[in-house]
Design a protein around this ligand. Structure first.
Ligand SMILES: Cc1cc2nc3c(=O)[nH]c(=O)nc-3n(C[C@H](O)[C@H](O)[C@H](O)COP(=O)(O)OP(=O)(O)OC[C@H]3O[C@@H](n4cnc5c(N)ncnc54)[C@H](O)[C@@H]3O)c2cc1C
Length: 317
């Protein structure tokens, strides 16, 4: 049996983040898992339908803890003492990275950040994480529990909300904050968030310039998806860096990832390899992307995309 304390998170709209649902999938893959989740702040209504064993309702967490996470750290630290979990699982978010490191320090236990895969057997934890700037993946063994693990978003497919966990309420001590957030500036986003999109249409250097991204946008609109890009395309100034997928960009795990004019470098794949199906459009049949893709078209995007868009519109009509 593996007891897991999962630190869940909600987005600005109070919805459970995809990264949290992905972390649940990761936890479900551990050996005979018993999963308890806690959502710093207010747990969303939907948490009561998660496929986990229990939820701890935190009583005293205020919005002023946003971005500082002192209260969250204190609450979760006291939960560690109460629940004694084998694995403490967080997403590699601001909260996860900050609180995860603090928890491990306070409890003097292992901190294993930025993992792509996690498994365990016989009291040993095995994780896979990128090394050498993402040029390689390495397997690490954590020889004993407990350990704090952060998971890179997009590494697992999100769990469905189809459970009925028991609800536990615990009184937490209020913490005097040592700092206060005086202002926050939200990133302005249009359309579907890249990390949440079920379809991502990504373009790379093979597009040759910024204009073709409008074709990708049309396709993404038709499919209800979002536009991504390789770092080469972002560095060239063809599209904003907020669209970058990969090791130093965003991690995505859509149902379908369409890579257009992208070679499939390991640093790019680090951000999209957990997609359910990758579709590649590339002129070079030896391009690495075809090793990763489930479906591929060897061809020039200029010939392939217009008929692809027509076909999508026809199917939708
Ligand atoms: C530390 C580090 C971090 C990095 N982080 C990231 C990251 O987060 N994300 C990322 O993407 N990269 C990242 N990179 C860069 C990465 O190594 C690659 O250089 C980059 O992904 C290449 O982008 P690309 O596939 O668009 O370009 P290229 O590798 O140049 O590939 C272009 C592809 O387009 C094809 N093509 C050309 N013309 C056409 C056409 N008309 N129609 C169809 N196909 C065509 C070509 O055959 C080729 O396969 C990182 C690198 C380092 C060192």
């Amino acid at each position: 049996m593996t007891s897991v304390l999962l630190i869940g998170e909600c987005d600005q709209n109070g919805e459970i983040t995809q990264a949290t649902l992905q972390a649940i999938t990761a936890a479900m893959g551990l050996d005979d898992p018993r999963i308890t989740a806690v959502f710093p702040g207010r747990p969303p209504e939907l948490a009561k339908r998660l496929p986990i064993d229990s939820i701890v309702i935190a009583s005293e967490v205020t919005d002023s803890d946003d971005g500082i996470f002192e209260q969250a750290t204190a609450d979760i630290s006291s939960l560690l003492l109460a629940k004694k979990p084998d694995v403490i699982l967080l997403s590699k978010s601001d909260l996860g990275s900050i609180v995860g490191a603090r928890l491990a320090f306070r409890a003097d236990i292992a901190f294993v950040p930025d993992c792509l895969e996690i498994s365990n057997s016989k009291g040993q934890l095995t994780v896979i994480r990128p090394v050498y700037g993402g040029s390689a993946l390495a397997e690490f063994i954590v020889p004993s529990y407990p350990a704090v693990v952060t998971l890179r978003p997009g590494s697992y497919y999100p769990a469905d909300e189809d459970g009925a966990p028991s609800i536990d309420s615990i009184e937490f001590q209020n913490v005097e904050p040592s700092a206060l957030v005086v202002d926050t500036v939200a990133e302005v986003r249009e359309g579907i968030r890249l990390e949440e999109a079920k379809v991502v249409v990504s373009g790379g250097r093979g597009l040759g310039g910024p204009e073709p991204f409008s074709v990708l946008e049309n396709i993404a609109d038709e499919l209800g998806g979002a536009v991504g890009a390789s770092r080469a395309a972002c560095d060239a100034g063809w599209i904003d860096h907020s669209h970058q997928v990969g090791l130093t960009g965003k991690s995505v795990s859509p149902d379908v990832y369409i890579a257009v004019g992208i070679s499939g470098a390991s640093q790019h794949m680090a951000g999209c390899s957990s997609s359910r199906a990758i579709v590649a459009i590339n002129t070079d049949p030896d391009s690495n992307i075809f090793r990763e893709a489930r479906f591929g078209v060897v061809g020039d995007w200029e010939n392939v995309l217009p008929s692809f868009l027509d076909a999508v519109r026809e199917l939708k009509a």
